[in-house]
Design a protein around this ligand. Structure first.
Ligand SMILES: *[C@@H]1O[C@H](CO)[C@@H](O)[C@H](O)[C@H]1NC(C)=O
Ligand SMILES: *[C@@H]1O[C@H](CO)[C@@H](O)[C@H](O)[C@H]1NC(C)=O
Ligand SMILES: *[C@@H]1O[C@H](CO)[C@@H](O)[C@H](O)[C@H]1NC(C)=O
Length: 436
């Protein structure tokens, strides 16, 4: 998914059969050595963690891709600041109270167990993933804007504004704990300080997650605000869309690839997080990308979408691969099941680390649950990414899943705020496999 530049990089990468190997380079490179244009844009960046994806390790790619993106976003300005239109959340009036009671949902002293976490106990929020976590194109109104990453509005990790203007997981948790940090502040790329603990990267696939996880841990360790053993963290881990949009059709044996490779990368990254991020609850979320794409088969999509989809999701919309769509869909369904199964592996659950599978995206659709009318305003202008409204609806879904016991979690979208779950005095904790 993403753009012509990415496609170019994928093509270059796939000559070797895979993207540049993560281990073939040094992890820390001075920022200035990689970006000739830094002094022109002057953006604040993470100096010590420049390598955020294997692609960054290659100096020519870094110079070209980063420099291009910096200048590009400078020219276009902050599309993330827009906040009105059909594809934006309607603002909630100041006279309306937050939908949940807040008193009693932060423990007087931090709990010892991950199975006794109240929403207000969360100190730090983080995310790994792909362009749906970077909020690419969320606020775009024109095709040339779709490369801007509106990280501040991202469903799982954006912290721009408040829940009244931008419903996101951090903006919900902020109501319970105003000292929460780690959320993205506004439009930014991975290396920018404003991205904070959102290390998601466009076109990332499951195979990039071990790498993504390492970068996140490193960024947190270097941050003086973080006390690893003391602070409680929520990490939302959503991946899989690009595996089926951009990777699956290049595999000689796609079935084997899903069965043998993808599960391995999932487990490897989660083990790493377990061993390096104490006091963490991981929301493991399947990607909505393929389900959303298929739901639009029944909808008349705007012309702009027929230009973007073959580029951003070539395995499903490129003419040479579309005959295998059914196969790719069934493999994607299989992958979602693998993800769920992995979330239950006993080794991934300790006293202070756990993984919870959150299924609300599993059956994502432009049709709300039970509705016969599509809401295309959930989608960005490219029909691949979510709009700001789509991000808000997703945040509502993720939050509801966290408030629903394992085994009774809902999936699919509902109109914003129509169904907004709250913790209760009897059940004050974020649900995990152990306390459900
Ligand atoms: C770019 O900025 C850095 C830090 O401010 C400075 O040391 C360097 O000389 C500048 N480079 C150029 C080419 O102006
Ligand atoms: C982290 O927090 C614990 C408990 O409050 C404290 O004992 C410890 O000194 C803190 N570590 C750092 C590096 O601040
Ligand atoms: C793909 O790999 C599986 C083993 O995982 C094998 O059973 C199947 O025959 C292979 N398919 C092709 C077309 O080679």
């Amino acid at each position: 998914m993403m753009n012509a530049v990415c496609v170019l990089i994928i093509l270059v990468g796939s000559i070797n059969g895979q993207l540049l190997a993560p281990n073939s380079h040094q992890n820390v490179i001075s920022r200035t050595s990689g970006n000739l244009l830094r002094n022109i844009t002057g953006t604040q960046i993470y100096k010590d963690t420049i390598v955020t994806s294997p692609l960054d390790a290659s100096l020519p790619i870094r110079m070209f891709y980063r420099g291009f993106r910096e200048v590009y976003s400078r020219l276009l300005g902050e599309t993330g600041q827009r906040d009105s239109g059909d594809s934006f959340q309607r603002h909630v009036a100041p006279s309306k109270a937050f939908p949940c009671p807040l008193d009693g949902f932060r423990s007087p002293t931090p709990p010892e167990s991950v199975h006794q976490l109240r929403p207000g106990d969360i100190d730090i929020i983080a995310a790994v993933g792909d362009s749906l976590t970077t909020a690419t194109a969320a606020n775009s109104r024109a095709l040339w804007e779709v490369m801007v990453e509106n990280r501040g509005v991202s469903w799982s990790i954006g912290g721009q504004g408040t829940w009244r203007t931008h419903l996101t997981l951090p903006n919900i948790i902020k109501e319970f704990n105003p000292h929460l940090f780690g959320y993205s502040l506004s439009d930014s790329y991975n290396v920018h300080r404003k991205a904070q603990f959102n290390v998601a990267e466009n076109i990332a696939t499951t195979s990039d997650m071990p790498y993504n996880a390492k970068k996140l841990v490193r960024r947190m360790r270097l941050d003086s605000r973080v006390n690893m053993t003391h602070h409680w963290k929520i990490l939302t881990y959503m991946i899989g869309g690009n595996d089926f949009c951009s990777d699956v059709c290049y595999q000689t044996n796609a079935t084997q690839w899903i069965n043998e490779m993808q599960e391995k990368y999932l487990i490897e990254s989660l083990r790493y997080l377990r061993d390096n991020l104490p006091r963490t609850l991981v929301n493991l979320v399947p990607s909505p990308l393929i389900s959303l794409s298929f739901s639009m088969d029944r909808v008349q999509t705007p012309f702009s979408c027929s230009l973007t989809r073959p580029i951003e999701c070539s395995c499903l919309f490129g003419p040479s691969y579309s005959r295998d769509r059914k196969l790719f869909r069934s493999l994607e369904r299989k992958f979602v099941k693998i993800m769920e199964r992995v979330s239950f592996l006993a080794e991934l659950h300790t006293k202070d680390f756990t993984v919870v599978y959150q299924p609300f995206f599993k059956d994502a659709s432009v049709f709300y649950r039970g509705s016969k009318q599509p809401d295309m305003n959930l989608m960005s202008i490219d029909c691949v990414h979510l709009s700001q409204k789509g991000h808000a609806v997703s945040a509502n879904g993720l939050w509801n899943n966290m408030m629903e016991p394992v085994g009774q979690k809902s999936s699919g979208f509902t109109p914003l705020f129509q169904d907004f779950k709250c913790p209760t005095t009897q059940k004050p904790f974020i649900f995990t496999n152990a306390n459900s």
